[in-house]
Design a protein around this ligand. Structure first.
Ligand SMILES: N[C@@H](CCC(=O)N[C@@H](CS)C(=O)NCC(=O)O)C(=O)O
Length: 274
């Protein structure tokens, strides 16, 4: 399967690339970005973005390349859903359909044909993205909001594949918040047992985590109380005996200004563990 180079820029001594390919998991053309510091084999940090995003939000707004170059990490950022005219969507809803794949494998019609973002990120993207760079074989994962949910659930379910996990403003308990009720209910159906397999708060108790976890959460995040509810996850980690550093950052909101303010610390944190 061919890889199309959509763009390449020199950036902090390395290369920022954007690629497209035909995905087997989603049955669509998928785009993703890769930053390579270009100094030989490096670990890979996967970044999963939030609602309404593509690979571009993090790549253009977070300012992560400076720190990735400094610490010698490759960055890979996928899209947040399948795209294309033939892909079902909920056009008037920012929190469902395109731009809102929730990193699950949908089981319900009409979503199940294309909305297989879990398989895409876990089983297909690493092979495709890592063929463009030289890696050490080590992988970490992080993300923002819906992407924080993706990072936590994917790491907890695949500890052999991801050695480090962190998140910004993550959805930690989709089974208990409106964004999650809507997305999991429609992608997975009414059976709440199926939701538990994509719920970090449930997964950390069921599976544990052999390492520590870092979460940054803005205290003035407009979604904190209704949708994010970070302390549900810190309570679950305490119960599971998992070390979580949940940092409430005073005065910060949900935006990429917040992500940009702390991404350097997350990259250093991952680099120390990979
Ligand atoms: N008010 C936003 C709600 C969605 C939102 O805040 N999305 C976050 C992730 S949950 C984001 O990163 N948006 C894109 C950006 O800030 O670049 C909208 O409707 O676009």
């Amino acid at each position: 399967m061919g890889l199309e180079v959509l763009n390449q820029w020199k950036c902090f001594g390395g290369t920022q690339s954007v690629y497209a390919h035909a995905s087997e998991a989603t049955g669509t053309r998928m785009e993703f970005s890769v930053f390579d510091p270009g100094k030989g084999p490096a670990p890979v940090l996967y970044w999963l973005s939030g609602l309404t995003c593509t690979w571009e939000n993090f790549t253009a707004k977070a300012g992560a390349q400076r720190y990735a170059a400094e610490h010698g990490l490759i960055l890979v950022c996928p899209d947040t859903s399948p795209r294309g005219d033939d892909v079902p969507d909920a056009a008037d809803e920012y929190d469902f359909g395109k731009g809102a794949g929730f990193y699950v494998n949908a089981t319900q019609q009409p979503w199940s044909k294309n909305y297989c973002m879990y398989d895409y990120v876990v089983s297909e993207l690493p092979g495709v993205a890592e063929a463009t760079v030289e890696t050490t074989g080590q992988r970490g994962i992080s993300g923002h909001s819906m992407g924080g949910h993706g990072a936590l659930t994917i790491a907890l379910k695949n500890p052999d594949q991801y050695k480090s996990v962190s998140a910004f403003s993550p959805i930690v308990a989709p089974s208990q918040v409106p964004w999650g009720h809507k997305a999991l209910g429609r992608y997975l159906g009414d059976d709440r047992a199926a939701w538990a397999d994509y719920d970090a708060t449930e997964l950390v108790v069921a599976r544990g985590w052999n390492g520590d976890i870092l979460i940054d959460q803005g205290s003035k995040d407009q979604f904190l109380e209704e949708q994010l509810r970070s302390t549900l996850f810190s309570d679950a980690c305490a119960k599971a005996g998992v070390t979580l550093d949940l940092r409430f950052q005073e005065g910060y909101d949900h935006s990429y200004y917040f992500v940009a303010s702390f991404i350097g610390e997350h990259i250093a944190w991952h680099a120390a563990r990979l």
